[in-house]
Design a protein around this ligand. Structure first.
Ligand code: 5BU
Length: 265
C-alpha cells in the first residue's frame, strides 16, 4: 500500500527509516508529526492519549520538560511506540562529530530512544557520522534530518547555504531527509527541485491558520506544504494548544493525507 501511495518517493528511497515513516503514515492516513512541546510529563501523557491515533511521528524537545525523569520518559516513549509512532528528538545538533556522538549519550541518552534527530551542517559533514556512531554505540539505528531551511523569520539559512546542505546530505546514507520551511510553498518547491525524490522533506511552520506566529515563527497551510513537496508536516501549537486537540489532530491528518493523494495522482 505504501508503495502505491508514495509512488516515486517510495520507489527511489534507499533509507529504512524513510520507508518506516512512509509505512506508518500510510497505515494511519496522516502525515502529521506532532511537536509535543508541553512542559510537564502529565501534559505529554495526556497529549499522546488524545491524539496518538492521528499522528505518524512524535517530535520532542527532551530538555524543556520541567519534571523530566528517566523513568517517566521511558514510559512516555513506550506509549509512543504502542501508538505506532516514530520518535524524533529535535535536538538540532551542531557540534563537531565526536562531541555530537557523546551528546547522543549523556543525561538524556537520546541514542537509546530516538528514531531520528535534527542536525545543522554548519560544522561540516562529520556530524552525521558522529550521530550515526551514537546509535551504533547502543546497537540501534536511526536517521538524520539536516536543516536545509527554517521556518523562523530572519534565519540565516540562505539559498546558497541550502544548496550546500542538500548537496552534501543527498550523498550521505545517514541522512534520510531535510527540514524545509513549511510556511513558504515557494521555498519548498525550490527545495524539492534541489533534493530530488530520494529523500524526504519534513516541514515545521505549519498551521491551519496561516500567517505570523509568536516570536518570529511563520505558518503556512498543511495542504500547500504537502502539495509543494513536504512529506511530513510538523505541527505544534495547532494541536497541543487547541481547545480540542483530538479534533485538531484529525483535521491536520485529513488535510495532509488528502494533499498527498492529490499530489501523487
Ligand atoms: P509550532 O507550535 O507549530 O510553531 O511548533 C513548531 C515546532 O517545530 C517547535 O517544536 C520548533 O522547535 C520546531 N521547529 C520550527 O518551528 N522551525 C524550524 O525551522 C525548526 C523546528 Br528546524
Amino acid at each position: 500500500m505504501a508503495s502505491e501511495i508514495w509512488g516515486e518517493r517510495w520507489a527511489s528511497s534507499t533509507s529504512d527509516i524513510a520507508r518506516r515513516y512512509m509505512e506508518v503514515a500510510s497505515r494511519k492516513q496522516s502525515l502529521v508529526c506532532l511537536a509535543a512541546d508541553r512542559r510537564t510529563m502529565a501534559g505529554l501523557f495526556e497529549l499522546i492519549d488524545s491524539v496518538g491515533p492521528y499522528l505518524a511521528a512524535l517530535k520532542t524537545h527532551v530538555d524543556l520538560v520541567d519534571d523530566w525523569t528517566p523513568e517517566s520518559w521511558s514510559d512516555f516513549c513506550e506509549k509512543a511506540r504502542d501508538a505506532d509512532l516514530l520518535i524524533f528528538e529535535d535536538r538540532k545538533f551542531a557540534d563537531i562529530g565526536k562531541i555530537s556522538r557523546d551528546q547522543m549519550a549523556g543525561v538524556y541518552d537520546i541514542r537509546s530512544w530516538s528514531d531520528l534527530v535534527t542536525a545543522h551542517l554548519i560544522s561540516g559533514p562529520d556530524i552525521v557520522d558522529g550521530l550515526q556512531s551514537g546509535w551504533d554505540d547502543v546497537g540501534r539505528s536511526g536517521g538524520v534530518l539536516l536543516l536545509a531551511q527554517m521556518s523562523s523569520r530572519g534565519n540565516l539559512l540562505n539559498p546558497n547555504y541550502t544548496d550546500e546542505v542538500v548537496a552534501k546530505g543527498k550523498s550521505h546514507p545517514g541522512v534520510f531527509g531535510f527540514i524545509g520551511n513549511g510556511s513558504s510553498p515557494e521555498e519548498l518547491i525550490e527545495l524539492r527541485l534541489k533534493v530530488g525524490s530520494e529523500k524526504l522533506i519534513w516541514t515545521p511552520g505549519v498551521n491551519l491558520v496561516v500567517g505570523d506566529g509568536e516570536m518570529g515563527q511563520r505558518y503556512g497551510h498543511p495542504r500547500d506544504a504537502v502539495l509543494a513537496g513536504s512529506d511530513c508536516i510538523i505541527v505544534g501549537s495547532g494541536i497541543h494548544r487547541s481547545d480540542n486537540p483530538t479534533e485538531s489532530a484529525k483535521e491536520y491528518a485529513q488535510s495532509s493525507w488528502n494533499a498527498l493523494l492529490e499530489r501523487e495522482s
